[in-house]
Design a protein around this ligand. Structure first.
Ligand code: ADP
Ligand code: MG
Length: 260
């Protein structure tokens, strides 16, 4: 017993909680003669590694700031398969575009699932070890231009350096000069170095009009949008309106599903 307490203390000092938690099960398996010495050690090391990966994933999710989290597991791929083609979504979920430092633009009418999709992609990115920052564009600009210089500086550093930056609801309203210049800083610092995702209810050709002058607007959009992967639809059904706002449809759906 004493040896076990000592071991627990030592594993705590070594910061190996995963190994400690798995120990009882692995010891039992070993006693049953299922595991050789090397298997025993190797499994415990794997237990520790997967526990570390889980806790890093949880930390990255929290840091990303998704608010209400959305996943592909609960996404109905068929609902808007024209506006958001399932095969494209699956490709994006692999996060290769992040490794290739490409940008992504998702445009289309409200309620079609743009935010859901980018949150789900962001989650996959966290799982793959990328640092992610998710914000509505308005909120992020507020943070980057915060009155607290220290906070603003810290947020700018983060927004510049994360592997995936999501600017949700881009081009929602007109920008002032300071905001436009801040977007230029992000665009210039990130282009070719890290991925930025923009979603918007307006098509990219309307985005120039939100900038106070054409020069800065052109400079930002050229860097952020011109070579981005684009998923732009003018149609697309609102899931918010058609499914969530319509209990009869949801009910029919579940009734229809029941016999299967
Ligand atoms: P958008 O950002 O395009 O305005 P959202 O992503 O916010 O739309 O979607 C509106 C609501 O509908 C959200 O609660 C979202 O989770 C849900 N939703 C949208 N599309 C789907 C879908 N295909 N499957 C499941 N839920 C969806
Ligand atoms: Mg949205």
């Amino acid at each position: 017993m004493e040896m076990r307490q000592e071991l627990e203390r030592q594993l705590k000092r070594l910061k190996m909680p995963g190994l400690w938690h798995a120990l009882e099960i692995r010891l039992a398996e070993a006693r049953e003669g299922k595991l050789g010495h090397l298997d025993f050690l190797s499994l415990l090391v794997q237990d520790e590694l997967s526990s570390r990966e889980d806790s890093m994933f949880t930390k990255r999710l929290k840091a990303a700031g998704f608010g209400v989290e959305k996943t592909f597991a609960v996404f109905d791929y068929r609902f808007n398969d024209k506006a958001l083609p399932p095969s494209t979504l699956r490709d994006l979920a692999n996060c290769h575009f992040i490794e290739q430092r490409q940008n992504l633009v998702i445009g289309g009418p409200p309620g079609i699932g743009k935010t859901h999709v980018v949150k789900a992609i962001g989650r996959e990115a966290c799982r793959r070890g990328h640092h992610v920052l998710f914000r509505s564009t308005q909120r992020l600009l507020g943070e980057l231009l915060s009155d607290s210089a220290e906070y603003a500086e810290r947020m700018v550093r983060r927004a510049v350096s994360v592997g995936l930056l999501v600017l949700d609801d881009f081009a929602f309203r007109k920008l002032d000069q300071k905001e436009a210049e801040m977007l230029y800083v992000l665009a210039e610092e990130r282009v070719g170095k890290a991925s930025t995702v923009l979603t918007s209810n307006r098509p990219p050709e309307d985005w120039y009009a939100i900038f106070p002058d054409a020069v800065v607007g052109g400079a930002v959009l050229d860097r952020m949008v011109s070579s981005a992967i684009k998923l732009i639809s003018t149609a697309g059904k609102s899931y918010r309106r058609e499914v969530m706002g319509n209990p009869s449809r949801t009910a029919t759906k579940s009734v229809a599903k029941a016999p299967a």
